[in-house]
Write a protein that binds this ligand. Structure first.
Ligand SMILES: Cc1cc2nc3c(=O)[nH]c(=O)nc-3n(C[C@H](O)[C@H](O)[C@H](O)COP(=O)(O)O)c2cc1C
Length: 319
């Protein structure tokens, strides 16, 4: 059995984390992931605190295993959601799209485990100092809001810069990715796109079908002009959005144009005019599977690869 510091820290069987996903990190996916021995994370996205509270309470009914909540710091409700997770005594808090340093002391006083998502060594260091318990180093291959550095380059640099456990994110969808993350010094893998395209994900079937049809070059980064670059599948929306950016329209106009597009794409299934968040690894995903099968396959494949690598070292494969 693969066991790492992340398994001990969070009390989980497998060193796999389902990244918090706006609209898709709901009770259905989160409880399935946690019940399968990995860590499920609710995505607060830009939802109001009451919606997130309901997801927490529903998830508690569906699983007795640990799970977390991802707080989008760019959300207009971020502060209220922070108060609510403190009230609800959520065990594990992940944060994305911003700097959570000011909030960490309160989470720690409440006895919570804090795992921010970062795209740079500098922020990882500052968060360790502020009291984070683990760090997700997320490479530019990832779905959603991203930084510039690749997973391959970012993870070992973050690992060398902090003492707390590091989780690799971005471009991981199978056992090969998990082993690569471990080889880079990470204690586990955070996975988004693969779980977004699972049976339990509440994403619209047309979104899942687009992921199945994607290849290695199907995603594009938009939003460079707003300072919040976003990776998603190429479609009519990304084409128009990037045209507007090139034309130099204001940040406000871009925000207006982009408003509501994630729900439209992920939940309503408008594959042309909605935002279809996806990582570059989408091209590897060829089947919609139940979460339990996805996790079992990742772990079994990782163990087979590790055994094979060991044979390579000892020359045992030569007979
Ligand atoms: C549909 C979708 C929504 C996401 N929403 C969030 C979010 O709200 N907050 C966050 O920190 N990350 C978000 N992510 C990123 C994931 O948590 C994860 O870190 C990322 O997908 C990992 O890269 P991968 O897709 O290559 O596995 C989202 C990803 C997807 C696919």
């Amino acid at each position: 059995m693969l066991k790492t510091a992340i398994c001990d820290l969070f009390g989980i069987r497998h060193p796999v984390i389902q990244g918090g996903m706006a609209h898709l990190g709901t009770v259905e996916l989160v409880s399935a992931v946690s019940n399968a021995g990995a860590l499920g994370i609710i995505g607060a996205g830009h939802y109001e605190p009451d919606w997130v509270r309901q997801q927490i309470r529903l998830t508690r009914k569906q699983t007795r295993q640990p799970f977390g909540v991802n707080i989008q710091l760019a959300s207009p409700f971020a502060r209220e959601v922070i108060e609510m997770v403190l009230e609800e005594k959520v065990a594990i808090v992940a944060t994305g799209a911003g700097n959570p340093v000011p909030y960490i002391p309160r989470f720690k006083q409440a006895g919570m485990l804090v795992m921010p998502v970062v795209a740079s060594v500098d922020l990882a260091r500052r968060l360790e100092e502020a009291g984070a318990d683990a760090i997700v180093a997320e490479g530019t291959e990832s779905a959603g809001h991203i930084g510039d550095t690749t997973t391959m380059a970012l993870v070992p640099q973050v690992v060398d810069s902090v003492r707390i456990p590091v989780v690799a994110a971005g471009g991981i969808a199978d056992g090969r990715g998990l082993v690569a993350a471990l080889a880079l010094g990470a204690q586990g893998a955070q996975i988004g796109t693969r779980f977004a395209c699972s049976q339990e994900s509440v994403a619209h079937p047309r979104y899942k079908q687009k992921i199945l049809e994607a290849d290695d070059r199907s995603t594009v980064v938009s939003g460079q002009a707003t300072g919040f670059p976003l990776r998603s599948l190429k479609n009519s929306l990304t084409e128009q959005y990037i045209e507007l950016e090139k034309a130099g329209v204001t940040r406000e106009e871009l925000e207006m144009f982009g408003r509501g597009r994630m729900y439209l794409g992920l939940i309503d299934g408008d594959i042309d005019d909605g935002s279809l968040l996806s990582g570059q690894i989408a091209g590897l995903i060829k089947e919609i599977k139940p979460v339990r099968v996805i996790i079992e396959e990742i772990i079994n494949e990782a163990e087979t690869i590790l055994a094979g690598l060991n044979n390579l070292r000892t020359g045992a494969s030569d007979g």
